[in-house]
Design a protein around this ligand. Structure first.
Ligand code: KIV
Ligand code: ZN
Length: 398
């Protein structure tokens, strides 16, 4: 029977770093690794040891400073890569070598110029070599979702026989749909009985080229994947990887649907996203789920009125759940009198109905001209005679 616990494999420092504007120094990777440890990530893919001296150094440094999560290095199915990964990981308490080799004919023919039989032989040799160095080996048939299904099954079988402990089936180019991706997991699991019999963990790894990375990851979990690979803020090659914060929040908020436990400390999600945003050259877009600036902001009058009456009207989770300080009622031209009165009360102004009406007209006229309305702007639209009667504000000015 499959457990109901999913482990988080974070690849912000490897796949995430492979995207433009995201490269990190060893020190920056270490800062991020500490944040991921605090977040409760189970496995950190710290880099690709063979890729550069910097990556090697970052992996080695992280293994000595970050002890709770397992630390992984990526390696191509090549002796030099695997041995290099083994050296970078030699001081880790718990190490993983992550070996990958393409399984799609497209990649084998055009990129690797390798026959299917050669790929199977290479899979067996590489996984065996990795297993001689560490006891935890992940194998990824790259481009799994565009591979001939019989050949994919064969490659997975060979990797398991050679000693792989985790089988990751990546949607390398973000081509799959949730239904299709879930079916692939169910089929491979059924056709390679050793997976369940020997407790081999199946893993998802999704890219977001069609905006389906998180949906596909959740479909894989539903079909039995018990490891999910993802990145903070969804950074990664091209359109990015599946966003860790979205998967973790979805599993929690829709616990009724998934029934899955994780080790992720949801209240650290926002802080971790902020740490990454400060290290790389960009932050998540404002409308990014969970961690974007507007994820808990409400501007329209109808929504603000509902929020003030009962936050459940327009929020499916509290901001505190994911570590965001508070809901933000943004005052703009779509806002109504209820939100304006609420904010003015906080700023120390108690208005009669007529005074509010008058202030509201002045506010809308200003909001029509100005994109961002700050507290100082609000104080400016309050008529002079009311401003003189101001009480002590209950919250800071922004
Ligand atoms: O997207 C991919 O296929 C990868 C593999 C190396 C796992 O990142
Ligand atoms: Zn990837």
């Amino acid at each position: 029977m499959t457990s109901n616990h999913v482990v988080f494999f974070d690849t912000t420092l490897r796949d995430g770093e492979q995207s433009p504007g995201c490269s990190m120094t060893t020190q920056e990777k270490l800062t991020m690794a500490h944040a991921l440890e605090d977040l409760g990530v189970d496995i950190i893919e710290a880099g690709f040891a063979m890729a550069s001296e910097g990556d090697f150094a970052a992996i080695a440094t992280i293994t000595q400073a970050v002890r709770k999560p397992r630390i992984a290095s990526l390696a191509r199915a090549m002796t030099e890569d695997i041995e290099m990964a083994g050296r970078a990981l030699q001081f880790a308490d718990r190490a993983r070598i992550h070996v990958f080799l393409a399984s799609s004919d497209l990649h084998l023919e055009y990129k690797l110029k390798m026959s299917r039989q050669e790929a199977l032989d290479r899979t067996a040799e590489s996984v065996r070599l990795a297993r001689s160095l560490v006891d935890d080996v992940e194998f990824s048939p790259e481009d799994a979702t565009r591979s001939d299904r019989d050949f994919l099954v064969e490659m997975v079988r060979v990797a398991v026989q050679a000693g792989a402990t985790t089988i990751n089936m990546p949607d390398t180019v973000g081509y799959s749909t949730p239904e299709e991706y879930g079916r692939m997991f169910a089929e491979v699991r059924e056709r390679v009985p050793a997976i369940d019999a020997e407790g081999i963990v199946l893993s998802s790894h999704c890219h977001d080229d069609l905006g389906l990375a998180v949906a596909n990851s959740l479909a894989a979990i539903t079909a039995g994947a018990r490891q999910v690979e993802c990145t903070i803020n969804g950074i990664g090659e091209r359109a990015g990887n599946a966003a860790l914060e979205e998967i973790a929040a979805a599993l929690y908020v829709r616990g009724d649907r998934f029934g899955i436990s994780t080790n992720i400390k949801l209240e650290n999600l926002y802080a971790t996203s902020q740490v990454l945003g400060q290290i790389i050259t960009f932050r998540p877009s404002p409308n990014k789920a969970i961690v974007g600036d507007n994820a808990f902001a409400h501007e329209s009058g109808i929504h603000q009125h509902g929020m003030l009456a009962n936050p459940l009207c327009y929020e499916i989770m509290t901001p505190a759940l994911v570590g965001v300080a508070k809901t933000h009622l943004v005052l703009g031209k779509h806002s109504g009198r209820a939100a304006l009165r609420h904010r003015l009360e906080q700023l120390g102004f108690t208005l009669t109905r007529e005074e509010l009406q008058h202030t509201y007209y002045r506010f809308v006229a200003l909001a029509d001209r100005k994109k961002n309305i700050y507290d100082q702007d609000l104080i400016g639209v309050v008529p002079d005679q009311i401003r003189e009667k101001r009480r002590e504000p209950v919250s800071e000015l922004d």
